[in-house]
Design a protein around this ligand. Sequence first.
Ligand code: NAP
Length: 577
Amino acid sequence: MDSSCVATSFRIPEQVLTSSGQRMQLLGFGTAAYPLVTLEVAKQAILQAIELGYRHFDTTYIYGTEQPLGEAIVEAISLGLIKSRDELFITTKLWCSDAYGELVLPQLHKSLQNLRIEYVDLYLIHWPLSSKQGRYEFPKKLREYCRANGVLLIGYSPLGASGTLWGSSRVLENEVLKEIAEAKEKTVAQICLKWAFEEGVGVIVKSFNVERMKQNLEILDWSLSEEERKRIGDLPQSRGCTGESFVSENGTFKTLEEFWDGEHRFGSNGEKMPVLGFGTAVFPSVGAEATKMAILQSIRLGYRHFDTAAKYGSEQPLGEAIQEALSIGLIQSRDELFITTKLWCGDAHGDLVVPALKRSLQNLKLEYLDLFLIHWPVSCKPGTYEFPIKEENFFPMDFNSVWAAMEECQRLNLTKSIGVSNFSCKKLTDILAIANIPPAVNQVEMNPMWQQKKLREFCRANGIFLTAYSPLGANGTFWGSDRVLECEVLKEIAKAKGKTAAQVSLRWIYQQGVGVIVKSFNGERMKQNLGIFDWSLDEDELKKIDELPQSRGVTGVAYTSKYGPFRTVEDIWDGEM
Ligand code: NAP
């Protein structure tokens, strides 16, 4: 081995673990390699790392690197790179299939045998679930919680796990990080590792390339400026490792939302959206003052996500309710709310999109939206707002110019995210083919009587968050009926659980991993609709709902015209009926 590699001139900082008083190097060496490498390659890389000065090693039974780590330790001792195993800090983890009381100790013994050591320094539960047979990004919230509770947070995938099954190049290719790295004559990887250190968390970084192993250690004698730290702190946030593989319809976690306990982010900006939103499309109309009062009451009850549209006439009362909520202290800042509005068909023309959004912002008395949606996948005569739309006034939507203008809205920071509404899989495919910023959300009708199975699968596979409108079938409106609330199966389930049919419907949608927009201007029903998070539907109940006969409630017939572009309802939904 090349002795010039020996790193003796520095010490990696250490942390004392509160419960055991043990010292742990804050920069650990990761051993999860993808694509997989041979045991010999892994062993040689670990030996090289020991020679360079790494002393903290992270492995797991399922990484398949316990054995090469064990062999490397034996060889490091025989070569005199270390005097004893006690100079190392070894972490391994309990895999989900062994996460049963009686299997924990036997599994640890197996790991110790693989590692050829008598004890590990740290044994972790790998993921918070158990599985029949034998993968966190750490947002600020978790960091603060861990710090307050004396739990040391260790960041995995500190470089975004580029080139692996579970990672991407989004960290190493980030423009802000690249600029900072260039100005400091460092690499993006070094900036990431230094940032984590300065945030007071441990990191596990994996490289089996000797130059990069050295590079990852050279982060100790320089620091990031306040300005640089702020730029990194302001980067858009989203999980890389979503945990998707740990979510199953029959499992402990039925949705990603449940898996991360409601801390779900979506879209290109990593926005956080409360999964239950408050609808403001009202029929029959109740007037601006009653709308404002209902919204204020909902804010008082805890709703933070509001859905409006240029067409609903509820942007102004929503804007006034927000102002009043701020002035009477119901909320401290607008940032506590998630506000969605929609582009009407008359403005769905490339040159009209940005002005339309600016008008909506004026109505809402806001500087930015959280989400801006194309309301329907069709355009009508520029600047016309009548409904129903006259048959001769429909135009096909020019997806290229309209979506480019939607993207411009996000670039101008007029909205944090952009999306669509009432789009079929086929139309989403068309948008995805031309998009630089993919749609974050597709808002569509969904409830137990129209379950949207195909669209849900498509959206999940394409990272589009589906949100359900008319979750109760829009009873009492001209576009709805009582078929959800009067459904015998839902009523039976509700009775057995001491809930209402409305709550069963909302809970069912939530358990499908879909967002919900529900409208009630009645205080008791507003409260009722919020009460869906502390109980769940069991397998049997889910099966009964799954088997309900299916049909659309909102057919979209009002968007068809004998002159096109959609002559029939089938045309609007591309046959996805
Ligand atoms: P919905 O939320 O399914 O149903 C609303 C109706 O149900 C109202 O009449 C409401 O009456 C009643 N209701 C609410 N909670 C209830 C409960 N717990 N028990 C019994 N009845 C209850 O229908 P929606 O308004 O169509 O959908 C919700 C929101 O989605 C809309 O307000 C709008 O923001 C959005 N939306 C979007 C589109 C689109 O094209 N993107 C289309 C439709 C809707 P009370 O107010 O008297 O409680």
